[in-house]
Design a protein around this ligand. Structure first.
Ligand SMILES: CC(C)(COP(=O)(O)OP(=O)(O)OC[C@H]1O[C@@H](n2cnc3c(N)ncnc32)[C@H](O)[C@@H]1OP(=O)(O)O)[C@@H](O)C(=O)NCCC(=O)NCCS
Length: 183
């Protein structure tokens, strides 16, 4: 019988104190530190669901909504939103807490697509997902929708590449902040 797991079984929270060595030249926490933590929590959550080693296949846009300060406590909450055959989408919400005032701000949310791998490094089927709540059903549906949109965008990109026509393109670039100086 096909295996299924609940969302709760793999839900993961990673919490880390933001120390001075994580700061950028502006004194705020480097975006790459947050992205690295997101990749870590996505790995743990996906490996728990898959019961196997997982690799990061792609990452959705990451919008940094608010800067993170040195001394804040960052928590990354991850849960499986959607599963395909060998891939799964982990939704991650990142919040940052001022430990003195307990004020919490939402700093970003993103979706990581992870692929489970077997011992021969081939994609491995992941368990299906049991959806218990309205939120879980909505997230699963949004994951499916995002996958379909991505497929559409990829096809559009291929089309734009294959239909590329120089004279028409130069016309379309009029009004953009570029100066064409080709010889
Ligand atoms: C991710 C990877 C395993 C996919 O391999 P592949 O040969 O394309 O495998 P498949 O075509 O069988 O696809 C496997 C699954 O991955 C999904 N997938 C592949 N590329 C993807 C991408 N860029 N974004 C989202 N999903 C992707 C496929 O849709 C498929 O999902 P499904 O089984 O749920 O339908 C392979 O590209 C890889 O090893 N990439 C490097 C991963 C890595 O090293 N990550 C760390 C980067 S620092």
């Amino acid at each position: 019988m096909e295996a299924y797991k609940t969302v709760a079984e793999s839900q993961t929270t990673l919490t880390e104190l933001m120390i001075p060595s994580y700061a950028n030249f502006g004194g705020k926490i480097h975006g790459g530190i947050i992205m690295g933590l997101m990749d870590k929590v996505a790995y743990v959550c996906s490996a728990k669901h898959a019961g196997a080693y997982c690799v990061t296949a792609s990452v959705e846009d990451i919008y940094f909504l608010a800067p993170v300060e040195v001394g804040e406590l960052v928590s990354l909450m991850a849960s499986v939103n959607y599963v395909g055959r060998t891939s799964l989408v982990v939704g991650i919400r990142v919040v940052s807490e001022n430990v003195k005032t307990h004020q919490i701000k939402h700093t970003n949310t993103s979706y990581f697509t992870m692929v489970a791998m077997d011992e021969q490094h081939q994609p491995l089927q992941v368990p299906g997902l049991v959806l218990h709540t309205d939120v879980e059903i909505r997230r699963f549906f949004q994951g499916l929708h995002r996958k379909q949109l991505k497929k559409y965008y990829r096809q559009e990109e291929d089309r734009v590449k294959s239909d590329f026509e120089m004279t028409e393109t130069i016309e379309l670039l009029k009004g953009e902040r570029c100066r064409i100086e080709k010889g």
